[in-house]
Design a protein around this ligand. Structure first.
Ligand code: ZN
Ligand code: ZN
Length: 334
């Protein structure tokens, strides 16, 4: 195992335990962690132009939920909206269907306080709002997958400066999720165990890739990190669906999310990032019991070019162990 701590003169191919995806760790150029930080990504926009400042008083937004400091509203320009589900049509050899689903926005209270700035209590509001809306939408007809995600910074696709998360629910299972689910099902069949639990047990023993941990959740840089400084947050106890998150565990997820994002912000000079929840598809628990939900945080530290786009194999210029060591040692103020 310690082989992976050594500097390699040639690159190393690493395979993800669940998806089977390969990545390339090419540390030959000797890039130091600080070399990954760029200009701060936080978009500064005056409050006066912000559509989230006035929605409380005026339409067209009617809140779907108020959870402490977080307000959930329907997306004004939804990528998916209500309609008749699963009507597949044909154009020649092609198949298409209406984009039936839901698209909601979780608006944080303040225009310029981001997740690392929030009190843990406020991050708990956000996680609780995610769970409430997740469970409510998962019950709706024709929903196969509910994606909860957050974009920070323009390079990560955040079109508005005001911090907000989103939920998109769709009538199909995305290929990426399907592959993960199939990978964990295969592992379960072969070993009689959850692949993610196996991974966690190894990470908690090896400790070289862990960046932070509390009693119930752990944040680490994955062995086959797809992007430099990728971070994943897992519940330590096996749980297949995000909707099953218990009240008493919310503060532990909130703490890990806040700490991980604060470390990225301080360590890498406020990079743009996306995070999302990967969870089992909506449906019978029996079919997905082998899955283990988690949060993936992907900072925008590099741009995908021809090789990456052509092969989906990212060339990472820092070893996950070095990225983890750097983030582990990054002190945050709160
Ligand atoms: Zn605002
Ligand atoms: Zn598990």
């Amino acid at each position: 195992m310690n082989d992976n701590k050594e500097k390699h003169s040639i690159s190393q191919l690493r395979q993800d335990l669940v998806t089977g995806d390969w990545v390339v760790i090419a540390t030959g150029r000797g890039k130091r962690p600080h070399a990954f930080s760029g200009n701060p990504s936080t978009v500064k926009e005056p409050k006066e132009n912000c559509p989230f400042e006035s929605f409380a008083e005026e339409g067209p937004f009617v809140p779907l939920l108020r959870e402490g400091s977080v307000t959930v509203i329907p997306n004004k320009f939804p990528a998916f909206a209500s309609g008749v589900c699963k009507v597949f049509s044909k154009e020649g050899p092609y198949t298409f269907a209406d984009g039936v689903g839901f698209h909601e926005v979780f608006v944080l209270k303040d225009h310029d306080r981001y997740i690392p700035d929030l009190e843990t209590e406020e991050v708990k509001d956000l996680v609780r709002a995610y769970r409430e809306r997740y469970n409510s939408i998962a019950k709706q007809e024709c929903i196969a997958y509910v994606s909860v995600f957050h974009n920070h910074g323009r390079e990560a696709g955040a079109s508005l400066a005001h911090p907000h998360s989103q939920l998109i629910a769709i009538p199909i299972i995305p290929a990426d999720v399907e592959r993960s689910v199939a990978g964990s099902a295969r592992y379960f069949k072969e070993h009689g165990k959850c692949a993610h639990c196996e991974m966690l047990a190894h990470e908690l023993a090896a400790r070289s890739r862990i960046i932070a941990e509390n009693e119930k959740f752990v944040a680490f840089v994955p062995f086959a990190s797809r992007i430099a400084f990728e971070v994943r947050i897992f519940p330590k106890a096996h749980q297949h669906g995000f909707g099953m998150l218990k009240d008493e565990d919310i503060s532990f997820v909130a703490d890990m999310l806040k700490q991980s994002l604060a470390k990225l912000r301080v360590g890498l000079n406020d990079p743009a990032y996306n995070f999302f929840i990967h969870t089992a598809p909506v449906g019978s628990a029996d079919a997905y019991e082998h899955y283990h939900w988690h949060i993936e945080i992907l900072p925008r530290t590099s741009t995908w070019a021809g090789f990456e786009l052509g092969t989906s194999i990212e060339i990472s210029a820092i070893a996950p162990e070095d990225a983890a060591e750097f983030l582990r040692g990054t002190e945050t103020s709160k």
